[in-house]
Design a protein around this ligand. Structure first.
Ligand SMILES: Cc1cc2nc3c(=O)[nH]c(=O)nc-3n(C[C@H](O)[C@H](O)[C@H](O)COP(=O)(O)OP(=O)(O)OC[C@H]3O[C@@H](n4cnc5c(N)ncnc54)[C@H](O)[C@@H]3O)c2cc1C
Length: 456
């Protein structure tokens, strides 16, 4: 079978490249191959009752399927070059912002209208942070919420389904050169295409490495972020979340001068498991619909580690730490902040006596047995720093879940068109190592689609 364009992966990167290609050239024959399920079939079996923790399904409903890792994400579209990826280094700052705004317009048109756009501009919070050694990064944030994000994805799928051939539960095994085009191999079939866009996200990182080996595409090791997810009563962080929803705050520790930062803030949200290549880590999300709100706010505190010589495997380092927590806790570990600073493990009784009710059924334990001291010291220091702007953050009952690990794909060598040294083969989204957010991944999809449509 022959296509003009084959897209591997139906996450935000893949979806937005298909959307833009269809819009610009209705004659193109396009296929999307996706390892996971269609949207309506994506259901994580953890119900907190019969299934309490990850049972390692063959395809993870949280990470794989139409919508990608973004499908049950909080749907926070950050419009900024200050975090979320380095797309601007390839395409320029203004173009990157323009594309993120374009993606925002599409999201609004396909179901996101009425959702709120927050901004850090002209806020007093920035000053308050600076006075306490904390640095608030600039961004506009569209919060779709997990529920509206789902509606947008549903509408985008309905728009695309008759214009693009979708192959679900069909992981691509090989992408090989085939004359001027490419041969895309699945377990049972082979497909030819003139252009191939690979957008396999974080869950496709190991597979992406094999593609780069097969096609001799150079790669560079990337960083890994290690830390915890903090959960506390929503009132404590309301000064920040009411005005900004999500705030990215960076803190330089006094002890080691390491940078610790907040990540993925979910007011009135829930803490969830995340399964990356069989390793269970922690994440968080929240709903736009007030009836689904919890009493808690959660966010991650992360420290970046980058290894280059002689050890290069930053992701392997993160994986080993996550495996250690899985070994000790059978999955994610939860600990009261008060127990951590007193050097004792949390147990079920201490957690249930606390005033913060956990939104994730994790195993009570001791994070100091898992997270390296330097990283943990930095996190504790930042919790005390945050306590100055949001008093109560360092309360004994504040919950810490571990470990949260942000794996970054190795950086694939790409030119300014996000094209590899093999002409006609593009790598976009988180799978390229260039982006690590919904807005940057989506913007990279639009960018490549425009380039392909112009040149085909
Ligand atoms: C719980 C959670 C919450 C998040 N919240 C936010 C947030 O609020 N804001 C934000 O900016 N980011 C958030 N993120 C991150 C965000 O989801 C990702 O940055 C984004 O989805 C990346 O898009 P992508 O298209 O590059 O990759 P992905 O969304 O990972 O999609 C890649 C797709 O490729 C498929 N695939 C992989 N390998 C193959 C193969 N060999 N063949 C076929 N298909 C394959 C996968 O199944 C997957 O569906 C969150 C992530 C999680 C897990």
């Amino acid at each position: 079978m022959k296509y003009d364009v084959i897209i591997v992966g139906a996450g935000p990167g893949g979806i937005f490249s298909a959307f833009e290609l269809v819009k610009l050239n209705t004659n193109l024959k396009i296929a999307i191959f996706e390892a996971g399920n269609s949207l309506e079939k994506r259901k994580c079996p953890i119900d907190g009752d019969k299934v309490k923790s990850c049972i390692k399904c063959p395809t993870c409903a949280i990470m794989n399927g139409f919508g990608g890792a973004g499908a049950f994400s909080d749907g926070k579209y950050n419009i900024t070059n200050q975090f979320g990826g380095s797309l601007y280094e390839y395409i320029g700052k203004q173009q990157a912002i323009d594309l993120m705004k374009y993606v925002d317009e599409i999201n609004l048109k396909y179901g996101g209208e009425g959702t709120k756009l927050y901004s850090t501009a002209d806020t007093k919070i920035k000053k308050m942070c600076l006075e306490n050694g904390l640095h608030l990064l600039d961004a506009q944030v569209r919060h779709l919420g997990t529920d509206i994000n789902y509606v947008v994805l549903e509408n985008l799928y309905n728009h695309l389904k008759d214009k693009v051939d979708f192959f679900f539960r069909t992981p691509v095994e090989k992408v090989l050169k085939n004359g001027d085009g490419y041969l895309v191999k699945t377990a049972s079939d082979e497909y030819e295409c003139d252009r191939c866009i690979i957008s396999v996200g974080r869950s496709g990182s190991k597979w992406m490495e094999t593609v780069c080996e097969d096609l001799e595409i150079p790669t560079k090791s990337n960083r890994v972020d290690i830390g915890v997810r903090v959960e506390l009563p929503a009132e404590i962080f309301s000064t920040m979340t009411d005005e900004l929803y999500e705030s990215k705050i960076v803190y330089r520790t006094e002890k080691f001068e390491d940078l610790v930062r907040t990540f993925c803030m979910n007011p009135h949200g829930a803490v969830v498991n995340e399964n990356t290549n069989g390793i269970v880590t922690v994440n968080g999300h929240s709903y736009e619909d007030p009836s689904k709100h919890t009493d808690n706010t959660n966010f991650a505190l992360l420290v970046s580690k980058h290894f280059s010589e002689p050890f290069k495997d930053s992701n392997g380092y993160g994986e080993s730490i996550a495996r250690l927590s899985n070994m000790l806790g059978g999955g994610v570990i939860v600990q009261r902040f008060g127990d951590l600073v007193r050097g004792r493990r949390s147990n079920a009784a201490r957690i249930s006596e606390g005033y913060v009710t956990p939104t994730l059924a994790a195993t009570p334990g001791d994070l100091s047995l898992v997270i390296p001291k330097r990283i943990l010291d930095g996190i504790i220091e930042m919790i005390y720093a945050l306590d100055k702007i949001c008093p109560g953050t360092a309360n004994d009952d504040t919950l810490l879940y571990g470990v949260e690990v942000k794996f970054y794909n190795m950086e694939v060598e790409l030119d300014e068109n996000l094209e590899t040294r093999n002409k006609g083969l593009f790598v976009i989204g988180d799978g390229s190592g260039v982006t690590h957010s919904l807005s940057h991944a989506s913007a990279s999809g639009v960018y490549v689609a425009r380039y392909i449509a112009e040149n085909m």
